[in-house]
Design a protein around this ligand. Structure first.
Ligand code: FAD
Length: 386
């Protein structure tokens, strides 16, 4: 892929991450999945090299760069077959929200660990009865003396078992109904009343998803991140990085699948020429490449806008990047599987198990349809049906 749009530092970062990813690769991830293990070694090495905290402030041990750089890290790890899903939540959402809105004490407590990989934080917003409509979330915090009591349920929250804490999106009791005035709480993993039940997913990734039950979880006053009245501003500071990073995840996975298919198409021969000489095989692979490149362009735009402090502009671009990357990833993986014929469905070649993983980029953290709704209403000014 062309890198002329990136600085020399970006290109060097890409090359260094790609070299690390190559040492691990898809085989590493597949063996973790079959053992039920976590990518601890890769996480630790990526952190030690400064890759995981590249977006976090230097004064807290981060790299002092931004989403442009963090998205390069995840894309390249994905392109090598070993994406670290928790990068989307730990340094990107939680690290950003704490760095931008946390108290001095919260920054001191969490940022150095998130930057050096010794601490991980999950992020829980999705609820069983709210789903795509975050305005309906009912997880509620009420004051009890100087403490908070948090009650509610979340679903599909990734990595709660390995995360030291989860950043939970709720609302305060006095803002229980109506438009969401989001409040963010840091809930340490072993807090009494904070229970997790694993959801059995068909996604072949080492990171697991959980239903969370919060039953009068008692939290100190300083568990609240930022301002109780700041509402959506603080939340969106974390959701735009999440979308940019999901785009990086999709582009990385799509590139990995495409490269495997291209290698195969160059050598597999059942007629006079390798199958890649047939345009019915070559053209869809070329299309997949074009669509991944286009998605990456939009991801770069979103990251630049975000890093420049333009939250509003970044919001539209991050949504479009997530959409484009999700679609490009699903198509690239599908075409890769098809290119390998029967081998596309074998465990040995490891491509079929990407089919569900690719769909994650279309569904989460905001589905294709909700992005189309956003663009219809916010960008095109079309009326709303819901
Ligand atoms: C692997 C994985 C990891 C995840 N990790 C996390 C995590 O760490 N933290 C977290 O909080 N959540 C996480 N999620 C949840 C994810 O963000 C949600 O699944 C997603 O937001 C969709 O919500 P839902 O599943 O409730 O679908 P629903 O909201 O029920 O939507 C179902 C379908 O209806 C469509 N739809 C809904 N409303 C409309 C409308 N108005 N117009 C058109 N179509 C509509 C949607 O596009 C979708 O196709 C994860 C999900 C997966 C699969």
């Amino acid at each position: 892929m062309s890198t002329v749009l990136e600085t020399e530092e970006h290109q060097a970062l890409r090359a260094a991450v790609a070299a690390l990813g190559k040492r691990y690769g898809r085989e590493y991830m597949q063996s973790l999945v079959s053992e039920g293990a976590h990518p601890r070694e890769l996480w630790a090495e990526a952190a030690k090299a400064g890759f995981l905290g590249v977006n976090l402030p230097e004064e807290y041990g981060g790299g002092g760069a931004g989403m442009a750089e963090l998205s390069i890290v995840l894309e390249e790890l994905g392109a090598s077959g070993s994406p670290l899903l928790m990068m989307i939540v730990s340094p990107a959402i939680c690290g950003t929200v704490i760095a931008r809105f946390g108290t001095q004490e919260q920054k001191r407590q969490w940022l150095p660990g998130l930057a050096d990989g010794s601490l991980t934080m999950a992020f829980g917003i999705t609820e069983p009865d709210a789903g795509s409509n975050s305005h309906r979330i009912t997880t509620t915090a009420r004051r009890d003396g100087g403490d908070w009591l948090l009650t509610g349920r979340k679903v599909f929250v990734s990595g709660v078992d390995i995360a030291d804490a989860t950043l939970i999106v709720g609302r305060t009791e006095d803002a229980r109904t109506g438009k969401l005035k989001a409040c963010l709480f840091i809930v340490p993993r072993e807090t009494p009343g904070f229970r997790r039940n694993r959801i059995d997913m068909e996604v072949h990734a080492p990171e697991k998803q959980f239903e969370l039950v919060l039953d009068d979880v008692r939290l100190p006053a300083d568990a609240l991140v930022g301002d109780e009245d700041a509402g959506l501003l603080q939340l969106f500071a974390g959701l735009n990085p999440e979308r940019i990073m999901t785009a990086a995840f999709g582009i990385g996975m799509g590139r990995y699948a495409l490269s495997r298919a291209v290698d195969y198409a160059k050598t597999r021969q059942v007629w006079k020429e390798p199958i890649g000489a047939h345009q019915a095989i070559a053209h869809p692979l070329a299309q997949a490449h074009i669509e991944l490149e286009l998605a990456r362009l939009m991801m770069q735009k979103a990251a630049r806008l975000y890093d420049a402090g333009d939250d509003l502009g970044a919001g539209e671009a991050a949504n479009m990047a997530k959409y484009a990357a999700g679609e490009a990833c699903v198509k690239a993986v599908d075409q890769a599987v098809h290119t390998l014929g029967g081998n596309g469905l074998t465990r040995e070649y490891g491509l079929a198990s990407l089919i569900t993983g690719a769909r994650v980029a279309r569904i989460a953290p905001v589905s294709r349809e909700m992005i189309l709704n956003y663009i219809s209403h916010q960008t095109l000014g079309l009326p709303k049906s819901y």
